[in-house]
Design a protein. Structure first.
Lengths: 190, 190
DNA sequence: GAGGCAATCTTGTCGATGTCTAGATGGGGC
DNA sequence: GCCCCATCTAGACATCGACAAGATTGCCTC
């Protein structure tokens, strides 16, 4: 119902992406249907395919956008703990992106744009670890994997409703801060 | 091709489950097709539905089985770090179960058997945290969430091929041990 | 401002899938 | 020996992803 007075939609790509994110957030990626997205945008059933090639292409585009959003979200981090908080915040703010990003079987793994975006976000994470004080940077590989694991595990368990009881009404960010302190010590990343 | 000489398959439920796990492990849950599983078992296309009701039912059964396998895997843990190692080992040994267990949108959330199996594995995790020495058990809720986050994050990143470079040929278990030590200190869980 | 090109969208179609229904088969308990 | 019910078959229907061919239109060029 956006603008059907013209033959061309105007910005079908953006409209389909937005609708897709909405479906994925509320019903999961499995419920995603190209024909349904077309109906929501008020275009014919084959229109979305022109912008995303196929279902996998749409999901790959979402994953790519997700990696870029994550890179941006991490760019202003003050230290590693803050980066973790921002990682969790990203997952909460963009649950659909997050879900799709870490489900490789839904994506075209060899897509050049996805690979590039992935490399950028990965590099961003490495940069955070590299900025650590000496004693913590002893084995950056292990420290990086540990930090990523904590943040990613927390975010995943959060989105899959496995922490609902543990949170007890607290904001996810605050709960994660407590977890991060327990893990790296209170002054860990400073 | 198992035994089509009789009208009854013999153990279709088990055959379908095994085939499903195989498909999920190699191609992901999205590639799962009831009709394909029926073909593999040499039965008609509607036969699997009698055992699992529908696609969601099949995945719910797999998730339930997964939680029971996880509970069993954790039952012999010596301490919290060992529980983490066993958690990762479980994810590597049963990747299909693990994937499905933590994708709620694929499951019938209110299934009684699933709920019960989930409660059992969750209780198992709580028990591990409760067995900690005094100083670590200060805030069991936070400690439990932290431990679960580390193990779950590591396992998830591992299965999604995000640690392939970091591993550098090492066994996942060993890499996780290093991560656990970095996180909780070398004698953390002892 | 007229013509043409390319991007965008439509329409029609095909094979495959999930699910429902009705009916066939046969093993096990009475 | 008979009957009941779990198990499996066969058929049908709506929906979906994907493909092909054609219609529409914005825009660029002259």
């Amino acid at each position: 119902m956006t603008s059907r007075d013209t033959y061309h939609h105007g910005d079908l790509r953006r409209a389909v992406l937005a609708a897709a994110l909405d479906v994925i957030r509320t019903e999961g990626p499995a419920a995603l249907s190209l024909r349904d997205l077309a109906r929501r945008a008020g275009v014919s059933h084959a229109a979305p395919a022109h912008h995303f090639r196929d279902r996998t292409g749409l999901l790959t585009a979402i994953a790519t956008e997700g990696h870029d959003l994550l890179t941006a979200a991490l760019s202003d981090a003050t230290d590693l703990r803050d980066a973790g908080v921002r990682y969790v915040r990203f997952a909460v703010a963009h649950p659909a992106h997050f879900q799709v990003m870490f489900q490789p079987d839904l994506l075209r793994a060899d897509d050049p744009e996805l690979e590039a975006a992935k490399a950028r976000s990965y590099e961003r994470l490495r940069a955070e670890v590299a900025g650590l004080p000496g004693d913590r940077a002893a084995d950056p590989e292990v420290t990086g994997t540990a930090a990523w694991s904590v943040a990613h595990g927390f975010a995943t368990l959060l989105l899959t409703h496995n922490l609902d009881r543990s949170l007890g009404g607290r904001a996810p960010e605050d709960a994660f801060r407590a977890v991060a302190d327990a893990v790296f010590g209170n002054g860990g990343g400073e």
